[in-house]
Design a protein around this ligand. Sequence first.
Ligand code: NI
Length: 249
Amino acid sequence: MQLHQASWQEIDTYLKGSKGIIVPIGSTEQHGPNGLLGTDAICPEVIARHAGDQSGILIGPTFNVGQAQHHLGFSGTISLRPSTMIAALYDWSMSLARHGFERIYWFNGHGGNTATITAAFSEIYADWSYRRAGANTKPLRLQMRNWWELPGIGSLCASIFPVGEGSHATASEVSVTYYAYPDAQKNVAMSPKIAPTGPILDADDYRRRFPDGRIGSDPSQATPEHGRRIVEAAAKALIEDYKGFLAAE
Ligand code: NI
């Protein structure tokens, strides 16, 4: 079930049975010569949608722009400042809380977002503590999970791509987007075959170190079929992880 395809009455009904929601969160940033700019938003969105279709869990609209300043040397990248993103996450969360959602599971597709999401949680909890002091109501509970860190997914990706998985524009994430959007596949020659590795600093430094945008990866290995395997396994793991989040004291 997807929030943006539901009516408000359907959300009212859902809230009578569950106070939880999964919200995909990602980034719009370059993903190398054959990767889509939307990769980091598409991956959690597609996995979450698959999980939602199977389980009836409510899936929120995708928060699809994040912390991508280091990719701004490449056309098409859109980035938020940390302070902007914290403010937006605060407003998204408080909007949902107002309707009665008590557990919000942010399902993340971009490693660069994690520190800012965690900071946003601190901001929300701080405000909740000040405003709700002494109130006999359940607290808002927040969780972040990176899709590639779901149980079993790292080992699955490593088994499919023992060489050249990399850390940005990975073979796995490009596969997931090719499964989701097969018509968007790009056949591009890349050299070197496996991209260099190194630290992530500012946009100009990034462009110098990683001229075609990839870090440590050979995403020419990506296929829709590999993506299908990853999406199906990750959706199953997501449902279990989310159930644990709902059940946690
Ligand atoms: Ni990515």
